[in-house]
Ligand binder design. Sequence first.
Ligand SMILES: [Cu+2]
Length: 237
Amino acid sequence: MKLNQTLALIASFTTALQLATAGNITGKVTLKGAPPAEKEITGVTDPVCSAAHPTPMKTRFYMVGTGGELADTVVMLKGITGKSTGASAAPLLIDQNGCEYLPYVGAVQTGQKISVKNSDQTMHNVHPTPVNTAGGNKEENKAQFAGAADLTFTFPAAETFLRFKCDVHPWMFSYITVVDHPYFAVTGKDGAFTIKDVPPGKYKIVALHRKAAKDGVEQDIEVTADGAKLDFALDVK
Ligand SMILES: [Cu+2]
């Protein structure tokens, strides 16, 4: 066996070993108490948008299940930088469907592609408005006609809740958190999250919710080869 083949084999063994000793962090995010009622969206004049919603659209501030399960919460490890594998990660797909962005809240790594699709028979414009422009995140504003190809965006710097908006339909928002490492997840309707393949160690872990935990609620966590389990209970704000 040639030397470079041997080295490649050792490298792949090492990677496998690291993965074998890495654990998943699992848990659930719940909301304590009843959230305020969502607001009805008014001023929908585009017939394509109103046709998609026989009952009026509402804001999506608190997506809560009957047991308090809280969706749209970003859970991530804190204090890790420069560990992004975003360049080789699969793109995050954001769909514009019924004149709403899906997902409403998402997360990507720095440098990871975000593909924005237009499933509607109307024109949208995709307008990310980052705050961390000093870090290199750029504001862009691109029109996207019905049937047009997906648009692609990437952001080089970490930022929480980077806002995407549509200037044609002023109620359309999506909030994408950009993370400088792969250790994060976004809760779904069941409030559950899984952060995969975390190397064992002690970390700070933070839950971010646009309304209930805008600046984040932090906990300490120790991850072993068997992983770790941890829940968050957030207050209504
Ligand atoms: Cu739009």
